[in-house]
Design a protein around this ligand. Structure first.
Ligand code: ADP
Ligand code: MG
Length: 257
């Protein structure tokens, strides 16, 4: 038995009166792909943001790799000092719905930027790494382009390469295909699928139910800040036990679910 690469215990987060994560616990094993499903407002993005401390939890703990953060001070919980924070954040690479590329930098520079500025990697080495990763996402021939010369699907693939350049242990995808025109969704899902098949540990928030069923090892259904149901796709998607899960899925499958 290997220990999980991520262990989230009793995580809590409120914004003012609104309790967004009520008591969330979740374990993710190395090379596992976890799909996080749930209606809008259920706390999915907040959970992902807590994992790299873009949002500071009020309570509970998060262990990723060998780093553990425990939050005991409610809304007064604070972030750790710079070095510990940077070390914790380096465990995860995040891909957002909006690509957030640097518009004034070439595709190559966008991917090199993290390794050069954060990791102090020599430029030649960062360039070689960036070219390798651009090849992996099928964009080696776009290295000298600028973001506004690319389609949404290409931009998102650059954003994935940029996150991979930091060599994270876990990749987090927050509705990575939701902003894309339908004909561009497939190319991004294709890259995500190939990452999964290479053994990357991934947590993905998605409304692509068919993709989640195909790629995920575990599906977690959240509603109102709690995990309602978690298990293999053959259970949570095909034979959900909870009414809330069934009702959510029925929006995607009409009245078949
Ligand atoms: P999901 O990703 O599942 O749609 P979110 O985690 O984005 O859900 O949001 C959950 C709830 O928390 C929503 O009601 C949202 O409005 C609220 N929320 C999220 N971030 C903030 C914030 N920074 N300040 C106040 N409320 C927030
Ligand atoms: Mg969200």
């Amino acid at each position: 038995m290997t220990s999980p690469i991520i262990s989230i215990n009793n995580l809590k987060k409120s914004f003012g009166q609104l309790s967004v994560l009520k008591d969330v616990s979740l374990e993710v094993n190395k090379a596992e792909v976890v799909a996080l499903l749930g209606p809008s407002g259920s706390g999915k993005s907040t959970l992902l943001r807590c994992l790299n401390l873009l949002t500071v939890p009020d309570g509970g703990s998060i262990q990723i790799n060998d780093n553990t953060m425990t939050f005991t001070n409610g809304k007064h919980s604070k972030l750790p000092k710079d070095k510990a924070l940077a070390q914790f954040r380096a465990n995860t690479g995040m891909v957002f719905q909006q690509f957030n590329l640097f518009p004034h930098m070439s595709v190559l520079r966008n991917v090199m930027e993290g390794p050069v500025t954060v990791k102090k990697m020599p430029k030649a080495q960062a360039e070689a790494l960036a070219l390798k990763l651009l090849g992996k996402v099928g964009l080696a021939d776009r290295a000298d382009y600028y973001p506004d010369m690319l389609s949404g699907g290409q931009k998102q693939r650059v954003a994935i390469a940029r996150a991979l350049a930091m060599e994270p242990a876990v990749m987090l995808f927050d509705e990575a295909t939701s902003a894309l025109d339908p004909e561009l969704v497939g190319e991004v899902l294709g890259v995500m699928k190939s990452l999964a098949s290479e053994g990357m540990t991934m947590i993905l928030v998605t409304h692509e139910i068919a993709f989640a069923r195909e790629v995920a090892d575990k599906v977690v259904f959240m509603r109102d800040g709690v995990v309602v149901e978690a298990g293999p796709p053959s259970i949570v998607i095909d034979n959900p036990k909870c009414d809330a899960t069934r009702s959510f899925l029925s929006h995607f499958y009409g009245n078949n679910a």
